[in-house]
Design a protein around this ligand. Structure first.
Ligand SMILES: [Zn+2]
Length: 473
C-alpha cells in the first residue's frame, strides 16, 4: 500500500524548487543568493563565512575557514575546499549539502528536501525518509553495509570494477550525502537522489566482489571485499607505482624545515616545552643523519629565529631541492592522545586533519599577518593537488611514517592529508611530520630526550632512503 502511494507520489506530488546551479568537480553547486531567493532565507556575512536564517528562524552557517556547514551545532565537513572570493552572495556549496542541512533543520516540520541529480533541482516530500538506516562497518578487509527500509522496497547492487552502486527504487534517505572513506578499502560513499529513488555509490581503491543478503523484508546486508588475484593484494601505493613508467629525478638535495621559531613558539607542551625548540633539535639531528647517508641537506633555520612562510618556501625552491620535510610536534587538548602522523598536502578529509592543519596554519596567520594572501592560496591548493608531486608526497609520507614507528615504537596514527600553508608553494615532494604529541606528558618527556630525537631523525632518514631507492629504480 505504501509503495503504491509512493509510486503515485513519484509522478504527481513532489514539490519542486528550481535554482540556478554550476558544476564544480562532480558537484552541482548552488549559491547563497539562490538559496535565499528560493527558500526565503535571510543571510548575513561574517569574517568566518555566512549565516543563513530560514523562514522559521532556524540558523545554518557556512564556515569558510574550516569548510564546514554548521546546523544545530552539527558540523558537517564539506568535501571540497571553499573558495571565498569576490561577491559573497555568489558563494556556492554543493546542492546535496544544502538539502542535507534543510532535512536536519526541517525534520520537525515533516519537510524533507532532496537534490535531484538527474533533473538538477530540489524536490520536497512531506513524508519521513523510506530508508531508515544506512550503516557502514568493517570486518578485517571486508566492508559491511546495512540498509534498513520501509516494507516493499528492494535494494539492488550494480558493480563496475572499483565502483559499486546500491540502488533503492522509491528509497529516500535523510542522512548524509557524502561519507569519507577509511583510507584502506574505500575512498568515499556518495548518496545521490533522484525522484525515483536513491543510489548509495561507493568508490573503492580496487576492484571488489560482493555478497548480498536480504535478512528480512526491511533489512539488507552487503559485504564487499577485495577480489583476489587483482594486484596480488598489493597496497595502494604499490599498485599506483606499477602504472607509472616516467623516469624519475635523482634524489640528492633535501630541505629540512624546523617548524616555528623566534616569536612563534608553536605548540606549548604539557610541562611548558616549546615546539620550536624540539623541532629545531630534531631538524639538526636529521641533517646529520641524512648527510651521513650521502644527501645534501639545507636547513631553513639552524637557530631560534622567526621565518615567514615565504622565506621557508623560497629557501626550498631556490635550492632546487628534491624533497622538503617540515618537522613539528602535535598537540591535542586531551593529554592522553599520542602517536605520530605524517602529512602530505591535499584537501583535508576529516575534522581531525583539518584541525591539525588549522593549528599549524594559525601560527602563520598570527605572526605573518597577511590574511588575504593566505586565503588566495586555497585556490592554489586545488591546482597543486593535480601536480606530479601528490603521489610522490603521499608515498614519501608513508615511508617516513613507517620509519619513525619502527625506530621509536610510537603509536602509528597513519599517513594523513591536509592543507598546510608551508607545503603549498613548495615545488617538490613535500611532507610535514607531526613527530609526537607535546601535549602528552609522556611523549613530551621523550621529545626532550636527545636519544629519542636521534631515533626520530633516524626513522625519518630510513624513510627517505627507502623512498629514494623505490623512486630511482
Ligand atoms: Zn607546528
Amino acid at each position: 500500500m505504501k509503495l503504491f502511494l509512493f509510486n503515485l507520489l513519484l509522478i504527481t506530488a513532489f514539490k519542486t524548487y528550481t535554482v540556478r546551479y554550476s558544476m564544480f568537480s562532480s558537484w552541482d553547486m548552488v549559491s547563497v543568493q539562490e538559496i535565499a531567493h528560493t527558500f526565503d532565507f535571510d543571510y548575513a556575512i561574517s569574517s568566518r563565512g555566512v549565516a543563513l536564517s530560514d523562514p522559521y528562524g532556524n540558523i545554518v552557517t557556512i564556515d569558510t575557514v574550516s569548510s564546514q556547514l554548521v546546523v544545530y551545532g552539527n558540523k558537517i565537513d564539506l568535501p571540497i575546499v571553499l573558495k571565498r572570493r569576490g561577491n559573497i552572495k555568489k558563494f556556492a556549496i554543493p546542492a546535496d549539502f544544502w538539502a542535507q542541512a534543510f532535512r536536519i533543520l526541517w525534520q520537525k516540520y515533516d519537510r524533507y528536501i532532496y537534490w535531484d541529480v538527474l533533473n538538477h533541482n530540489f524536490f520536497e516530500i512531506p513524508y519521513k525518509p523510506s530508508i531508515h538506516r544506512f550503516l557502514i562497518t568493517h570486518k578485517f578487509d571486508t566492508l559491511v553495509v546495512k540498509i534498513s527500509y520501509d516494507k516493499g522496497l528492494l535494494p539492488k547492487v550494480f558493480t563496475n570494477s572499483d565502483t559499486v552502486k546500491i540502488w533503492v527504487k522509491a528509497g529516500f534517505y535523510g542522512g548524509p550525502c557524502w561519507i569519507e572513506g577509511d583510507h584502506k578499502l574505500y575512498q568515499f560513499a556518495r548518496i545521490k537522489h533522484a525522484r525515483n529513488g536513491v543510489a548509495f555509490k561507493f568508490r573503492f581503491y580496487q576492484s571488489v566482489g560482493y555478497r548480498f543478503k536480504r535478512v528480512s523484508d526491511t533489512l539488507s546486508v552487503f559485504k564487499f571485499f577485495r577480489k583476489s588475484g587483482v594486484g596480488g593484494g598489493g597496497s595502494r601505493v604499490a599498485g599506483t607505482r606499477r602504472e607509472r613508467a616516467a623516469p624519475r629525478r635523482k634524489i640528492k638535495t633535501i630541505v629540512v624545515d624546523a617548524g616555528h621559531g623566534g616569536k612563534d613558539p608553536g605548540a606549548i607542551g604539557y610541562h611548558g616545552t616549546l615546539e620550536k625548540d624540539i623541532a629545531l633539535a630534531i631538524a639538526k639531528k636529521l641533517k646529520k643523519e641524512l648527510q651521513k647517508r650521502g644527501f645534501k641537506v639545507i636547513l631553513t633555520r639552524s637557530r631560534d629565529r622567526y621565518l615567514t612562510l615565504e622565506q621557508r618556501t623560497k629557501i626550498a625552491n631556490d635550492a632546487h631541492a628534491d624533497l622538503f620535510i617540515s618537522i613539528h610536534c602535535n598537540w591535542n587538548r586531551k593529554s592522553i592522545v599520542g602517536g605520530t602522523e605524517v602529512y602530505f598536502l591535499s584537501t583535508a578529509k576529516t575534522t581531525w586533519e583539518r584541525a591539525v592543519a588549522m593549528r599549524e596554519n594559525a601560527s602563520f596567520m598570527k605572526y605573518n599577518g597577511n590574511k588575504d594572501k593566505l586565503n588566495k592560496l586555497d585556490a592554489i591548493l586545488l591546482d597543486m593537488a593535480q601536480t606530479e608531486f601528490l603521489q610522490e608526497s603521499e608515498d614519501l609520507a608513508g615511508y617516513i611514517q613507517h620509519g619513525i614507528v619502527a625506530r621509536t615504537g610510537l603509536l602509528n596514527r597513519g599517513v594523513k592529508q591536509a592543507g598546510f600553508y608551508v607545503l603549498y608553494k613548495v615545488f617538490m615532494p613535500a611532507v610535514l611530520v607531526e613527530t609526537a604529541f607535546i601535549s602528552n606528558p609522556v611523549e613530551e618527556r621523550k621529545l626532550k630526550n636527545p636519544d629519542f630525537q636521534w631515533r626520530i631523525a633516524r626513522g625519518i632518514a630510513d624513510g627517505v632512503v627507502r623512498f629514494k631507492s623505490a623512486y630511482e629504480r
